[in-house]
Design a protein around this ligand. Sequence first.
Ligand SMILES: [Zn+2]
Ligand SMILES: [Zn+2]
Ligand SMILES: [Zn+2]
Length: 161
Amino acid sequence: MILTPLASRPHDHSRCVSQALAEAENICSRQGLRLTTLRKRVLELVWQSHKPLGAYDILAVLSEADGRRAAPPTVYRALDFLLEHGLVHRIASLNAFVGCNQPEHAHQGQFLICRQCHAAIELEQTAISQAIVAAAAAVGFSVDSQTVEVVGLCAGCREAA
Ligand SMILES: [Zn+2]
Ligand SMILES: [Zn+2]
Ligand SMILES: [Zn+2]
């Protein structure tokens, strides 16, 4: 398991971005998917930081860059594509998207969300997802998907406090 404590500390973020884009290219070419210019651009925007980005923010940046309004449906479709193939996760509590740092294998997202800087640190603890599945099964519930969102204060913000 690789943790990303990086997300809440100063680091060379350009490496996160280039690694994420390279992984997306690999996954798409391996699965015969098309990482179109727009999909790639949207992924890049989501990865501009470790703070989840809303669809409206993405639309606003794209519109400004192109000098004309980006069509919302095409941007939503691009986000759906990225979600479907595990390249981004949706953070429901913020109604926003964040890049996945381990897109090469399927997993359930678990996020530590900083209430101050809004960074979302992804965890991948199979013990947590298994415990949820087991607890659900105990009450006769079958789990389709799960995204765990935990709110608190990140290491960087705690140090700054
Ligand atoms: Zn980074
Ligand atoms: Zn992930
Ligand atoms: Zn923080």
